[in-house]
Ligand binder design. Structure first.
Ligand code: ZN
Length: 152
């Protein structure tokens, strides 16, 4: 990873860790799920309000996670709010590929916008689950499976 992106990665993660966005309970949520990553101990609750037209009208998270988990949850809420459920799922697919595909083509990362800084997590495989847990939990909330999501 080039030094500039690494620098940006650290800044963005730290900023979202210290000042998480949408870190709150949603009074009028109609979807929720709970996620757990036993590898790190991250626990997270994701709540959202899905509109009748399938748009994620609002989303919030709570729980206790490490810096990467918290930062990822914070950025996720910013990125999915206002998106259709389908677009949000597609974003997760792209994000997941960024973190897990061995031969990821960097050009694809432009579709991810600011989420692309998480490419830095690839260098720390044990942290990948920290970064993807909020998304897995979000998707479970969308599907309204209502069960505990575990990365194991
Ligand atoms: Zn973690």
């Amino acid at each position: 990873m080039d030094p500039e992106l690494r620098e940006l990665y650290q800044q963005v993660i730290l900023d979202h860790h210290r000042h998480p966005r949408n870190h709150r309970d949603l009074e009028d949520a109609n979807r929720r799920a709970e996620g757990y990553n036993p590898l790190c101990g991250d626990r997270i609750n994701v709540e959202l309000r899905l509109g009748p037209d399938g748009v994620v009208e609002d989303v919030g998270f709570s729980g206790q996670g490490c810096a990467i988990c918290t930062a990822s949850a914070s950025m996720m809420t910013e990125c999915v709010k206002g998106k259709s459920a389908d677009d949000a799922r597609a974003l997760f697919e792209g994000f997941h590929d960024l973190l897990t595909e061995e031969s990821y083509e960097e050009a694809r990362a432009t579709d991810l916008g600011k989420l692309a800084v998480f490419a830095g997590v690839r260098e720390f495989p044990v942290r990948v689950k920290c970064a993807t847990l909020p998304w897995h939990t979000f998707r479970s909330a969308l599907d309204q499976e209502g069960r505990l999501v575990s990365t194991e």
